[in-house]
Design a protein around this ligand. Structure first.
Ligand code: ADP
Length: 605
């Protein structure tokens, strides 16, 4: 579990973000707040009516008593109706705010650097976007609704008491605000607990998701008990935090209510004495008893709500760290140069890259490496001209996939330059990526039909286009063999499809995208040799129509016809040339790889 950062957002940060996100709903929310203030008026209604009724009784005006009760009842129903409308308006605005914050967090999570997204568990990002954002809505609601409500009730009760008898009102109003000061230190503690609890909730979610998403492998390994124990351990830790939170919340409540009760006790003694001496009317005494709770009660609540606000601010730090984290470069509107077909293909000049470790608060740990051997890939030069087929080969871990991801604009070089059809991905990653068909070894299948999965890069493609792409990628025969053909629903991550079927769907996606640069990272590894040969024949046809192709290959036999083979070793380019040229170098890595693979390749042909 990542350690929570000690840095919490400020209340002003939360306020600015939520208020801005509320956008055009502000008016409805403000109207809702005003209308729901009628709840405070309802609370004030009975002391007011008690006073009127007692005065009327003292004056023996019994007709007035009836009138007051009837009018009071009518006002009560009117205020209740107003309150309900206000509640609806507020809730509707807050639902909109929740949606907006969630969408913003999800959008920012999608723009995190790929290195971060790969090193974090997806459940952590889901928790931030789907759950932690709601805490910010909670803060706005606590401040503007519950706190403002209590403040309004306090103000009305205080004004009424002052008007009634300022001599007893003033001492009470002078000491009561002390209630707010009580529990200040404890409230600060709640902020840290809020932050720790949110982190631990994410850890529990991660455990659950890990176990449930990977049932097959968990069962195969017999790791059910291990998973259950891990979950129980994290959950126990979370329960301890919940218990600590409840303890400190109770501590805030205890300090505020104790002080409040003390104040009420002392002032009641004074008022009681005044009444005994006959210096106060019976009606005033009754009203005082009703009002004193309506003055101290709201102050107690404000103290406790403030504690909750602190706790939620601590917890919402997870969203702020996501929003403030480094993001992928995006073009400033109107500044990105348009890709030019004349500059087609892809070039890499002196590209070096290292995977950075990311830690909370989502900032990369440490600067770029100084020593040469710390780079994952270094000084890579590559030229994929239009109408060429380049192969990238080398031992496992030599950096082939990293080069493929750099070429696809998914990772960004720390030094050197990449141009995709003339565009620098560091200046506008999205535009550069839109020119590349990237097919990884284990392509992701989305929820939906096979047709949706092929058309994912080109929504709105016609059925004919989808079928033509599937035919080109050798996927059509197996798709029509499925019970529902192209309408077969793919289960989570395509678990019901074989590795080779998923690869062919991914290749069909790439065909349909019609992009000029193709990066295939062992994209045919799960196919039989014959299907792979047919796919390569398709790639050669694409090459003939001006596509630039980079093919990362494990099976060397697949790429003997490449225009250039680039051989990687320990992050650098060790050799380059055609198959024949490379074989001529008897001491070269390629020759060694070829010889060690030759018997297997012969067998697979
Ligand atoms: P290849 O494709 O040749 O097998 P890779 O490019 O996948 O090699 O990996 C090169 C090196 O980078 C390996 O040492 C690997 O452990 C490391 N690596 C790959 N992906 C990541 C990642 N997301 N974070 C950190 N290190 C990584």
């Amino acid at each position: 579990m990542s350690k929570p950062s000690a840095v919490h957002p400020k209340l002003s940060d939360v306020w600015a973000l939520t208020w801005q996100r509320l956008g055009p709903r502000r008016l409805a929310y403000a109207a809702g707040l005003i209308l729901s203030l009628s709840q405070s008026l309802i609370m004030m209604l009975d002391p007011f009516i008690i006073n009127l009724v007692f005065n009327a009784l003292e004056a023996r005006e019994f007709a007035d008593v009836r009138l007051i009760v009837a009018a009071g009842t009518a006002v009560f129903f009117f205020l209740t109706g107003t309150f309900l409308v206000g509640e609806y308006l507020k809730q509707d605005a807050l639902n909109g705010l929740n949606t907006g914050l969630m969408a913003q967090a999800a959008d920012e999570a999608q723009r995190l650097p790929l290195e971060y997204a790969q090193s974090a568990h997806s459940s952590d990002l889901v928790q931030r976007a789907a759950h932690d954002t709601q805490r910010m809505t909670g803060i706005l609601n606590l401040l503007l609704d519950r706190m403002a409500d209590q403040a309004a009730m306090f103000a009305m009760a205080a004004a009424y008491l002052l008007a009634l008898n300022w001599r007893i009102a003033l001492p009470l109003l002078a000491v009561s605000p002390l209630i707010l000061a009580a529990g200040r230190l404890i409230r600060r503690r709640l902020k840290a607990i809020g932050s720790e609890t949110a982190e631990q909730e994410a850890a529990v979610r991660l455990c659950l998701q890990d176990a449930l998403q990977n049932l097959e492998i968990v069962r195969a390994l017999g790791a059910e008990d291990w998973m259950t124990e891990r979950f129980a351990r994290e959950r126990t830790r979370l329960n301890r935090l919940y218990a600590r939170r409840t303890w400190w919340q109770q501590a805030v409540m205890l300090t505020t209510t104790s002080l409040s009760n003390l104040i009420i006790l002392v002032t009641m003694l004074v008022v009681g004495l005044l009444a005994i001496r006959g210096e106060m009317a019976l009606g005033s005494l009754m009203v005082y008893f009703a009002l004193v709770w309506r003055i101290n009660g709201p102050l107690e609540s404000i103290g406790q709500i403030w504690g909750q606000v602190q706790e939620q601010i601590g917890a919402s730090g997870r969203v702020f760290r996501l929003l403030k984290a480094e993001k992928e470069p995006q073009a400033v509107a109107g500044e990105a140069p348009a890709p030019s077909p004349a500059q087609g293909g892809l070039t890499m000049n002196g590209v070096s890259f290292r995977y950075r470790r990311f830690a909370e608060p989502l900032l990369p740990a440490g600067p770029s490496p100084a020593a040469d051997d710390e780079w994952t890939v270094r000084s890579i030069d590559l030229e994929l001209a239009t109408g060429t087929f380049t192969a990238l080969v080398g031992p496992s871990g030599s950096g082939k996939s990293t080069v493929a991801k750099l070429a696809a604009g998914l990772l960004f070089p720390h030094s050197g330059r990449i141009r995709i059809c003339g565009l620098d991905p560091r200046e506008d990653a999205e535009a550069a990526r839109a020119l590349v068909a990237y097919v990884p070894q284990t392509p992701h299948m989305f929820g939906g039909t096979i047709r949706d999965n092929i058309a994912v890069g080109r929504p709105g493609a016609s059925d004919e286009d989808v079928t033509a792409a599937a035919r080109a990628a050798m996927a059509h025969p197996f798709i029509v063999g499925l019970p529902d053909g192209y309408d077969t629903v793919i289960r989570e991550h395509g678990r019901t499809l074989s590795g080779g079927q998923k690869q062919r769907i991914a290749l069909a996606r790439a065909v349909l995208s019609g992009r000029p640069v193709w990066i295939l990272d062992e994209a045919t590894s799960a196919l039989d040799a014959e299907t792979e040969r047919e796919i390569i024949a398709m790639l050669l046809r694409l090459k003939a129509t001006g596509h630039a192709i980079l093919f990362v290959a494990h099976r060397l036999a697949a790429v003997t016809g490449a225009d250039e083979i680039v051989v990687m070793q320990a992050g650098s380019v060790a050799q380059r040339g055609t198959h024949e040229e490379l074989l001529r170098d008897r001491q070269g890595l390629y020759r060694r790889l070829w010889e060690s693979f030759a018997p297997m390749q012969a067998a697979s042909r």
